[in-house]
Structure formats: structure tokens, C-alpha cells
Design a protein around this ligand. Sequence first.
Ligand code: SAH
Length: 246
Amino acid sequence: MNAKVWLVGAGPGDPELLTLKAVRALQQAEIVMIDDLVNPAVLEHCPQARVIAVGKRGGCRSTPQAFIQRLMLRHARQGRCVVRLKGGDPCIFGRGGEEALWLQGHGIEVELVNGITAGLAGATRCGISLTSRGLSRGVTLVTAHTQDDSELNWAALAQGGTTLVVYMGVARLEQIRRGLLDGGMAAGMPVAMIENASLPQQRECRSDVAAMVKDAQVFGLRSPAILVIGDVVGEQVMQEWVAEAG
Ligand code: SAH
């Protein structure tokens, strides 16, 4: 394989949700740079590679982005096959686009490999069908955490008729609740808060927009978690998963 950087999605946690393309990239990798949210179990596909942990957990100490990028560049320029392994999908709140542009700007060949994003896996593993006919006109993926702390257009989200999937929301539950209620969302709109989606330790807290902050507190909701907000949360297409999640 030619020297290049693969920006690979490792999926939400369950190692069986890795794509065949991701496995092929891992099998050929010489250097694997792995993020915090990646399940280390996927490394079974690259016993030959040197693994470098470059975690970037929100609020914690993390490797600076510029350093990670320079490290990828250095290894690629030395002719090595580099795999940058990211949680979920590399281009869903994963800086995959940014890194691809930067590397290509430095003359490095890049390949992006999809992963299953946490929001989709979390919903499915909780028996939620995100675009059920008659209940939802689509899905909107949003992050509650922005670089410049600007607010989302909550009214548009509250009234758009799509299911909302919120990433990085655990520390901002009150802003989300307030934004949606002020934006016109019904207080009783169902909410699922899903922690560690697709992993054995997955937990799920069901609530509604009005009560979500209080319920999350009682439940002890911790990151990583996604929120699914919308009528489809009330539908429940797979009963047994709810029983399992307790
Ligand atoms: N690229 C990733 C998202 C990275 S942003 C993806 O496509 O999934 C990090 C956020 O993703 C976390 O704050 C959390 O909201 C969500 N997340 C990642 N893994 C998760 C998991 N296993 N369960 C629940 N949420 C998860």
C-alpha cells in the first residue's frame, strides 16, 4: 500500500460495527493513532502496527490538534501507512474534514473511511427508529458544544419536524432544555439519553424535554452520551432492548 493517511471511523464501540474497509486499513497500517472514544478491542486487526494514543476528551488533558496533525504528517512523509482511528464516523463531529484538508494541503494522500456514528447506533440499540413514517421527516445531528460558544437556532430545531440527535450534550442539558422549550417544543416531547451506546455498559434514561435535566441527574448520566429527542422515541420498535437496558 502507498504511503498515505487513512482517516477511519471505528464506530460507536461495538467492535462488530467496524466496516470491512476499516478492517482492511487496519490490517495494512504501520502506525495507528487512536482516539479516546475508540474501543481498543478493534486493535486486534492490527497486531503489526505501532499504536499511538492521542486522546482528545472534552474537558480533560488531551494531545493538541496541531501536534496530532504534525505527527500524522511526519509518519506519512517517512513513507509509512498511517491510520487515524476515530470514534464513530470521522466526519461527524470528528474533525475528519479538517484533517483531510490539512494533510492534502501538505501533499499527503488521504482516504476517508466511514464509521457508524454514535447517534445512529445508540438509537437502534434502544429500539428507536429515527425516521419512522408519520412521526419524523428526517434526522438532525447537532452538537451542543461549539468552538465559539454560539447558540444553536433552537426554534428552528424545535419546530423543524425532524428527530434531533444531540452530541456532546451532557454538560449542557439545561441550555438544551431551555432552548427547545423557548423555541416552542412541547414539554412532553420524549427524550432518550443514551450513554456508552453499543457497548456492554450501555445505559439509557427515558424522559421528556421538561424533565430531562432532573431525570439525567437522578440517573447519573455521564459522557459519552447522545440525546435523541422526538416523537419516534415514544414509538419503541424493539421491545426487548428496553427490557435489557432496564
Ligand atoms: N465522530 C463521533 C462523534 C465524536 S464527538 C461519532 O460519529 O460518533 C464525541 C461525542 O460523541 C460524545 O460527546 C458523545 O455525545 C458521542 N458519542 C461517541 N461515542 C458514543 C457512545 N458510544 N455512546 C454515546 N455517545 C457517544
